[in-house]
Write a protein that binds this ligand. Structure first.
Ligand SMILES: NC(=O)c1ccc[n+]([C@@H]2O[C@H](COP(=O)([O-])OP(=O)(O)OC[C@H]3O[C@@H](n4cnc5c(N)ncnc54)[C@H](OP(=O)(O)O)[C@@H]3O)[C@@H](O)[C@H]2O)c1
Length: 266
């Protein structure tokens, strides 16, 4: 099936690891031209080499960029536009979750979390909007979490911010509809990625002894995931590729759960 992605230009933020890296690979496999960014240069370079080795004829670039620094984000967008003439797809994936309850979240932590969740979308969207408009359309896919609809008290700030992302996605889908720029989000459940690798390291440091696979299985059981396992980054990537594809041309303002059935809302 032709997904209509051949030659399309995509920016994937947070593309050096996990969901972002998997998505970059899947877009390249469809013939898209892909730019990835992240802050850590070493891991970003390793990701670029991995993608170049896997997709030999693919057009891929990597540029260090903190999505919370508007100047760097503008420079990234300009570099992509200069190289490939414009931007068709933006995957706002960079970020992480914050584990804290209301009682132990400081004002500083609240501000950091709200800043991350909103400006990691606002700056990249602002940077690519004109190019998408010039190209008579585009796709923006915000990577969100089911916490936005099913909050967890141990991730109180992240949960609140994620609800805001659902709301922002809806607003933008309406505002950008006349420009044929479709804006959707994906609510991620529990995915075995860099974030979980870090949590496993913390578990080991706290004296945990289970091998990673068993620990992950235990974590999955605690979360009552109906499919009975954590997901793979590629399983989110496929949903992102669909929303970026020609087949999703009448979908905007939607949020799609990729969570193995974890979300218990209707
Ligand atoms: N995995 C899950 O279970 C899960 C659940 C819900 C939501 N999500 C969301 O899904 C997205 C991807 O997560 P993942 O699990 O794939 O995590 P990951 O493997 O840790 O990857 C995160 C990526 O984002 C980059 N990044 C973080 N902050 C950045 C910044 N300020 N500017 C630019 N790049 C930045 C990281 O690189 P550097 O650190 O080098 O910048 C890395 O490339 C995140 O937004 C996360 O919150 C994940």
């Amino acid at each position: 099936m032709d997904l209509g992605l051949k030659g399309k230009v995509a920016i994937v933020t947070g593309g050096s690891s996990g969901i972002g890296l998997a998505t970059a690979g899947l877009l390249l496999a469809e013939g898209a031209r892909v730019a990835i960014c992240a802050r850590g240069e070493e891991r970003l370079q390793a990701a670029l080499l991995k993608l170049q080795a896997e997709y030999v004829d693919a057009e891929v670039m990597a540029m260090p960029c903190n999505v919370l620094d508007e100047k760097e984000v503008q420079q990234l967008a300009q570099a992509v536009i200069q190289r490939w003439g414009g931007v068709d797809i933006l995957v706002n994936n960079a970020g992480r979750g914050r584990q804290s309850t209301f009682k132990d979240t400081t004002d500083e932590a609240w501000k950091e979390e709200l800043n991350l969740k909103f400006f990691s979308l606002i700056y990249p969207i602002r940077a690519v909007y004109s190019s998408m408009k010039e190209r008579a359309g585009g796709r923006i896919i915000n990577i969100n979490a089911i916490l936005g609809r099913q909050p967890e008290p141990h991730m109180v700030a992240t949960s609140a911010a994620r609800s805001g992302v659902l709301n922002l996605t809806k607003s933008l889908s309406t505002e950008f509809a006349p420009d044929n720029i479709l804006v959707n989000c994906i609510n991620v459940g529990t995915i075995n990625s860099g974030q979980w690798g870090l949590r496993y390291q913390k578990y080991l440091q706290a004296g945990g002894t289970l091998p990673e696979e068993e620990w992950l299985h235990q974590e999955a059981s605690k979360r009552y995931i109906p499919l009975g396992r954590v997901g793979l980054p590629e399983e989110v990537g496929h949903a992102i590729v669909f929303l970026a594809s020609a087949g999703a041309s009448y979908i905007t303002g939607a949020s799609l759960d990729v969570d193995g059935g974890t979300g218990r809302y209707v």
